[in-house]
Ligand binder design. Structure first.
Ligand SMILES: Cc1ncc(COP(=O)(O)O)c(C=O)c1O
Length: 381
């Protein structure tokens, strides 16, 4: 079976794990935790980073640190993985779902501007949603498939409404926007995931960078049970959201390979695009000029319905090729179908036509050739 996307443990993972066991640092304090925080900071151009138990937890504490409160509304693109919306709900707030644009599959800035202008009102120094009277307190931008959104435009709009921006860059380590590293994209906070299906993994985990060192310090504090001293003294209700040294050991070994892995992901994406996007009814994933995607997942957009995507998936599986659909949007998910939302023209159009294809960083050329020829045969059948 050629798997869809599996971890590539070809570096120092086992060596570093052994070191953890030998030095008996296996929990949330240890040299690999510190080292991974430094490595993420270096890879993103940030001053510092904080590692967390998951990307979802990173998003949760980022929202809290930026002031999101129960009852608030937080803007989230409908086309995302459910963790982006769940993190908002974990704060007791509601996602306000907005469509993505067709050019990038990331938050549509025109629609964002339009929704803010027509559906909110400024009062007492805060922004309120006209219909529900809920305070609008942040914008979450998702880097779909590892592709940065048009951040200059989004940040400009956010500034006009005095809203903080959180980049859910879960799968975007290695991506650039207008040749700028992730820390310079303009988001107040950016969050990454080290989940097993990400380009670099720690088995599980996340990391956070922030423009304001005070915000990052707050994030570290609340992920560490808000402890103020060794005498079991805690100043607010915090969380046990730290990454363990064992996870961080794997994460460090993987980060050493980040550049190679991202290069491999990009090569795989380019090969699929070159071979498949010329076929009638088949197009490539978006490649806007403003960014260089980390190409987390590769695949194609089919000009046909979900039923046919399922047929493709079954037929590819019969050839021992792992293929899958991609995210089901938030406005169609049971927990979020009654949220305030914009029109969903693009999300409704694309989501059921996306087919992801094998793109592990250790996929061989021969394996990819086999995937390409098998897919081509299906389009002829
Ligand atoms: C866009 C997006 N946001 C958030 C997450 C959540 O990250 P984690 O699985 O580390 O909690 C993921 C991936 O899992 C994701 O793809």
């Amino acid at each position: 079976m050629i798997p869809l996307a599996i971890p590539n443990m070809s570096g120092n993972e086992a060596k570093y794990l052994n070191e953890c066991i030998e030095m008996n640092f296996v929990s949330s304090v240890g040299p690999f935790v510190d080292r991974l925080e430094e490595m993420v900071a270096e890879a993103t151009g940030a001053e510092a980073s904080v590692v967390t138990s998951s990307g979802t937890d990173g998003l949760h504490v980022a929202l809290l640190a930026l002031g999101v409160q129960p009852g608030d509304l937080v803007i989230v693109p409908s086309y995302t993985f459910i963790a982006s919306a769940n993190a908002v709900r974990h704060c007791g707030a509601d996602p306000w779902l907005i469509d993505v644009d067709a050019y990038s599959w990331t938050l549509d800035p025109d629609l964002l501007e339009q929704m803010l202008a027509s559906e909110t009102v400024k009062r007492d120094g805060h922004l309120y949603h006209f219909e529900s009277n809920q305070k609008v307190s942040a914008i979450v931008v998702v880097y779909t498939l590892g592709l940065p959104a048009d951040m200059d435009r989004i940040v400009e709009i956010a500034k006009a409404y005095d809203l903080p921006v959180i980049a859910d860059a879960a799968a975007a380590l290695g991506a650039t926007y207008k040749n700028r590293q992730l820390a310079e994209h303009g988001a107040d906070v950016a969050v990454f995931s080290f989940n097993g299906n990400k380009t670099v993994t720690a088995g599980g985990g996340g990391s956070v960078i922030a423009r304001d060192p005070d915000v990052l310090a707050k994030i570290k504090h609340i992920t560490t049970t808000a402890r103020v001293s060794d005498a079991y003294d805690h100043d607010v209700v915090g969380f046990n959201y730290r990454m363990t040294n064992l996870q961080a050991a794997v994460g460090c070994a993987q980060m050493e390979l980040l550049d190679d892995f991202v290069a491999a992901k990009r090569r795989i994406a380019q090969r699929y695009n070159a071979a498949l996007s010329g076929i009638e009814g088949v197009s490539a994933f978006p490649e806007p000029t403003w960014a260089q995607s980390a190409c987390w997942f590769s695949g194609v957009l089919l000009s046909i319905s979900m039923k046919n995507v399922s047929e493709y998936i079954s037929a590819l599986r019969a050839c021992e090729i792992g293929a899958r659909p991609f995210w089901k949007p938030m406005h169609l998910q049971r927990p979020y179908k009654n949220m305030f939302s914009s029109t969903m023209t693009v999300t409704d159009d694309i989501w059921s036509r996306i087919l992801t294809l094998p793109c592990s960083t250790n996929l061989t050329d021969e394996e990819q050739e086999f995937v390409i020829s098998s897919f081509m045969n299906l389009t002829k059948a």
